[in-house]
Design a protein around this ligand. Structure first.
Ligand SMILES: Nc1ncnc2c1ncn2[C@@H]1O[C@H](COP(=O)(O)OP(=O)(O)OP(=O)(O)O)[C@@H](O)[C@H]1O
Ligand SMILES: [Mg+2]
Length: 385
């Protein structure tokens, strides 16, 4: 079984350095791939190596990949391209080229996820370390499978049998090209693959999301928000890495910074309950090349093995209370002002600021309406009846 470790956080906090250092450490024991899903790749700079768009051997057991979307379309995702072309035709638009597909929203997310899905299903690596883009884009990546599912249910809803039946009827009237069986097959394959990777990324035995932060107020705030959204989407976060902490020998000039860092580091255990908090200090050199990364990695993890699962989050709970059902979701740092919950045709929509989660309610609960939503001790309780 493959392990997936995904590192995300605010811009510049040290995601690439921490991900690369983790991969270098892991490669001493496991067949490791470190994969950059940040379009502004800097993994190659960090490892001081030229990295290709397919897994490139860096040293014994260590592979690295900087995904290139155009290459991904042309070499791997023929199905997806055909599907999108068909979808465009289906909607009466001209067929589009690979270059044009590459700029469609959601496509790069799909390509990254499908790569990961491919490696996991072929069991190609023991561990995949993902160096991801800054928080906002990573959240989009992780919410993509659900958004895509919604999109495909709504925009592309005709089942294959329905299309078969409808085809002779539709042609004479509308002239809209009806997708053929092959198109449905590739759409289905894509749907299944995204569903599969969604399950994999939510499985705490396989995936751990690790938040890299600095001990300053701005990245701390962003990390708290990211944590809330990740839990909202049901993703397992098992560690926070507080990076670039100043050591005592940084002199008078940094005294004020050291004090505020100490305060923020002190707050981390309460802000991220049960999560492993790892402290990582500012080094007096740039972290370039395998050797320095390896030393950096040992400093971050100490006696911990980065392969281990540090914490298994709590899944969403459904609690029966008489005729009511209470849904319990861990959601620290959320405030009620930004929270909105409603049932839309059997889908429970939870909105938090500009993020939205669609929970597909089980059949037995599809007609239940949310009566009350309460935030208590870092949990959201939604009463449905
Ligand atoms: N603990 C540390 N000590 C010294 N330098 C560090 C430390 N952590 C990161 N750096 C340096 O900070 C810079 C930014 O780090 P890095 O590229 O890993 O951040 P990032 O979060 O991936 O950035 P981006 O958001 O641009 O992808 C690099 O030059 C890196 O070497
Ligand atoms: Mg980076």
């Amino acid at each position: 079984m493959t392990r997936i470790l995904l590192y995300t956080g605010k811009g510049g906090v040290g995601k690439t350095s921490v991900a690369a250092a983790t991969a270098v450490l892991l490669s001493k024991k496991y067949k490791t791939l470190v994969m950059s899903t940040d379009p502004a790749h800097s993994l190659g700079d960090s490892l001081e190596r030229e990295i290709g768009s397919e897994p490139t051997l860096i040293s014994n057991n260590l592979y690295a990949q900087e995904v290139n979307i155009n290459d991904a379309i042309n070499s791997h995702w023929k199905d997806l391209k055909e599907y999108l072309t068909a979808l465009f035709q289906y909607q009466g638009l001209d067929p589009i080229s690979a270059d044009e597909i590459a700029i469609l929203p959601g496509f790069d997310e799909a390509a990254y996820l499908l790569y990961i899905n491919d490696y996991v299903s072929k069991n190609q690596f023991d561990v995949i370390v993902v160096d991801s883009a800054p928080t906002g884009e990573s959240l989009r990546l992780l919410s993509f499978p659900e958004v895509m599912r919604w999109y495909m249910d709504k925009i592309f809803p005709i089942s294959r049998t329905a299309a078969k039946l409808a085809r002779p009827l539709m042609r004479p009237f509308s002239g809209i090209p009806v997708p053929n069986d092959a198109v449905f097959k590739s759409a289905e394959t894509l749907y299944d693959q995204l569903g599969n990777i969604h399950d994999v990324l939510q499985n705490p035995d396989i995936t751990s999301i690790r938040l890299v932060t600095n001990a300053d107020q701005m990245s701390y705030n962003e990390t708290k928000r990211a944590f809330t959204y990740l839990l909202l989407y049901g993703y397992p976060v098992d560690a926070v890495i507080a990076n670039k902490i100043y050591t005592d020998d940084t002199g008078d000039f940094f005294k004020g910074w050291r004090d505020s860092q100490t305060r923020i580091v002190g707050e981390l255990p309460d802000a991220f309950p049960d999560i492993n908090i790892l402290k990582s200090y500012l080094q007096n050199y740039e972290l370039l090349g395998e050797e320095k990364l390896s030393i950096f990695g040992k400093n971050i993890y100490g006696n911990y093995d980065p392969f281990d699962v540090f914490y298994k989050g709590k899944p969403i709970e459904y609690i029966k209370k008489g005729n009511n059902t209470v849904i319990k979701i861990e959601l620290p740092h959320a405030t009620k002002e930004n929270l909105n919950v409603y049932n839309k045709a059997g889908e429970l929509i939870i909105e938090l600021k500009n993020w939205k989660r669609v929970l597909y309610l089980p059949q037995t609960m599809a007609n239940m309406e949310p009566q009350d939503a309460e935030l208590k001790n870092g949990y959201l309780y939604i009463t449905l009846s």
